[in-house]
Design a protein around this ligand. Structure first.
Ligand SMILES: C[S@@+](CC[C@H](N)C(=O)[O-])C[C@H]1O[C@@H](n2cnc3c(N)ncnc32)[C@H](O)[C@@H]1O
Length: 237
């Protein structure tokens, strides 16, 4: 459940209130440490339906679902295209709180997530400070720059730089804000509001940030749609 005294939880809830009310919402990853708390908030804030996608579940979440028929749950990996094909609907709002850093196939997963979001998308997560090259995204497992570790005093809890721990239980990416902005734009979303949390990870190369992005009508040459991208043979002719 949510500890509403925690400044980070407050930031996540403030952003949720900014995006809601909405008819429906999909929440990507909301079990670990919170038992579906943000999904339940979506219903409290007016959603007729809120769907949680997560690979895990807890008894507390199951009890919540029994109490609130507006809550729904599909157990599976939202980085898996086959699983996501079984989600045959879209949602006005999508919520991605502390999940993007954990997705090994990052751009692909972001695309699978945003295909399900009609209008507004929320992201909250620790962001890496801007690097010398804009749009940097740093692969953390196996990284030899120990100064990147966001919690250097807790190396056993956060095995961030362990080259063998490339899975959703660990941090995989250090994303800069410029990278996130560009990656979202590539999916047709524009960041329209951003916030920072005063609660910082111990390493000041990182900061907790939140973003509200909105879908923009556009015509993109997206990698998922090869019919719309340039035919290289035609370009050579
Ligand atoms: C760090 S917790 C964040 C929980 C909550 N959203 C919050 O902000 O406190 C990440 C959650 O996302 C789930 N998760 C991460 N990647 C996932 C994926 N690819 N498919 C399904 N669930 C995933 C984990 O099981 C976990 O419950």
């Amino acid at each position: 459940m949510l500890n509403e005294q925690d400044p980070l939880v407050q930031l996540k809830l403030d952003l949720l209130r900014r995006a809601l009310p909405a008819r429906d919402a999909v929440v990507f990853g909301d079990i670990y440490g919170v038992d579906g708390g943000y999904t339940a908030k979506c219903v409290e804030l007016g959603c007729e339906r809120a769907l949680l996608l997560d690979t895990h579940e807890t008894a507390a979440w199951q009890r919540l679902r029994l109490e609130r028929p507006e809550l729904d749950f599909y157990k599976g990996d939202f980085a898996d295209a086959s699983f996501m094909a079984s989600v045959r609907e879209t949602f006005e709002v999508g919520v991605a709180y502390d999940v993007l850093l954990h997705q090994a196939p990052l751009l692909h997963t972001l695309h699978l997530m945003l295909e399900k979001v009609r209008e507004r998308f929320l992201v909250v997560q620790p962001m890496l400070e801007e690097q010398a090259v804009p749009n940097s995204v740093v692969y953390l497992p196996g990284n030899t720059d120990g100064t990147l570790h966001p919690y250097p005093e807790l190396p056993d809890v956060y095995r961030v730089l362990d080259v063998r721990e490339v899975n959703q239980s660990h941090w995989i990416w250090g994303m800069t804000q410029s990278f996130l902005r560009s990656a979202l734009a590539g999916e047709g979303f524009e960041i329209v509001h951003e916030v920072a949390c005063e609660e910082l990870p111990p390493n000041d190369s990182w900061s907790w940030r939140g973003y509200l992005a909105e879908r923009r009508p556009d015509e993109r040459g997206h990698w998922s749609d090869h019919a719309k991208t340039m035919d290289l043979r035609a370009a050579e002719a």
